[in-house]
Design a protein around this ligand. Structure first.
Ligand SMILES: Nc1ncnc2c1ncn2[C@@H]1O[C@H](COP(=O)(O)OP(=O)(O)O)[C@@H](O)[C@H]1O
Ligand SMILES: [Mg+2]
Length: 272
């Protein structure tokens, strides 16, 4: 089973959106349909709302499963064939405190990795959506459980700096011997209006990342900006169900990225 974390220290860059579209893309691209489960570890519950469910409609959530109060089968929700998710709620933030009280210190960093073990028989991929806080222990549990970290950034300086810091965080794990890789995704790239300006900025930020020692192959691609992404979920429509050119373009952007993510993030460490 491949374990993929979507992380950036900056909010609003598209982590939850990308987690959702990666799951759709992974499930739809593979011939027999790879089974994928998104685990929401952010208290905003964007995965459930992105899948058009009321975030308050669940009796149990990721927190109950993480703390052993619920079995996986009780918290795993089905979105569509091959696409499942575990919703979160605001308690997920308290998980780190729970771990500190209940898990021996040397085992704390591995709590999530160990929780995922029973899921290896159920899913080909798990995608962990995170809260944007590098000091959060839950983020560190997620990274230490993963084969691959996807780092989305928007086209601005804050986003790029957050992406670079995220790379540094992943590098610490690499240096400590973890078999982990990462890729950066530019999100919300304007192809309309002042297109040239946006593409120039993209080029500038790309060069900056490379000058700062990030290998070019780690830049997985870019997803263009579309109003459709931010409004479709509110209208109860999934982007991959829309047939207009813009929605198709965005799904195409995501397919290119998802191909790389699931090739590199296949992972062997959690295979049984
Ligand atoms: N490519 C895109 N084009 C337009 N809007 C986007 C795009 N990606 C994400 N968004 C919107 O940006 C907002 C933040 O995205 P979200 O995935 O919730 O970010 P995060 O999880 O990093 O906080 C949401 O309203 C989302 O719909
Ligand atoms: Mg989010």
């Amino acid at each position: 089973m491949g374990v993929i974390t979507v992380y950036s220290g900056k909010g609003g860059v598209g982590k939850s959106t990308l987690a959702r579209f990666l799951s759709i893309s992974i499930a739809e691209q593979s011939e027999q349909g790879k089974k994928v489960c998104i685990i929401d570890t952010c208290q905003n519950s964007s995965i459930a709302t992105g899948f058009l469910k009321d975030r308050d409609s669940f009796n149990v959530s990721a927190y109950d499963w993480l703390t052993g109060a619920a079995k996986p089968s009780e918290v795993i929700q089905k979105f569509r064939d091959n696409i499942y998710y575990i919703p979160s709620d605001e308690r997920v933030d308290d998980y780190a405190d729970w771990v500190k009280k209940n898990v021996p210190r040397p085992k704390q960093l591995d709590v999530l990795r160990n929780k995922l073990e029973p899921l290896t028989k159920m899913f080909d991929f798990v995608i962990l959506d995170t809260h944007p806080n590098e000091n959060s222990d839950v983020v560190n549990y997620s990274i230490s459980a993963s084969n691959f970290i996807v780092i989305p950034t928007d086209i601005d300086m804050d986003g790029i700096i957050s992406a670079e810091r995220s790379v540094e965080l992943v590098s610490e794990y690499k240096e400590a011997g973890y078999q982990i890789d990462y890729g950066i995704v530019f999100n919300k790239v304007e192809h309309k209006g002042p297109k040239e300006k946006s593409l120039k900025q993209l080029e500038m930020f790309r060069n900056r990342l490379i000058e700062n020692g990030i290998p070019e192959e780690k830049i997985l691609g870019s997803i263009r900006y579309s109003q459709k992404v931010s409004t479709s979920k509110n209208e109860g429509i999934m982007l991959n169900d829309l047939k207009d050119v813009w929605s198709k373009n965005i799904m195409e952007d995501i397919r290119i990225i998802s191909n790389k993510v699931f090739l590199r993030g296949k992972g062997a460490s959690l295979n049984d």
